[in-house]
Write a protein that binds this ligand. Sequence first.
Ligand code: SF4
Length: 69
Amino acid sequence: MQLRILLNECCGHGTCVEIAPDVFALDAKNRAFVLDADADLPEKVMEAAESCPCSAIVVMNDDGEDIFP
Ligand code: SF4
């Protein structure tokens, strides 16, 4: 699983960090970045992506193909 944060979309809400704090963190400008996409269960990472209020998290499989959204 690979992740991409759409920084222009991220509104710094922090839901992703609350759901998967080992995977996501917020930088000094309150924008999310990826710590380690494999640091939690794929289901948890997917839950974080689905919960993002700004649709700023793109989930890809290991071949780099988008699987969410
Ligand atoms: S939940 Fe979405 S909008 Fe909020 S910090 Fe994470 S990526 Fe950004």
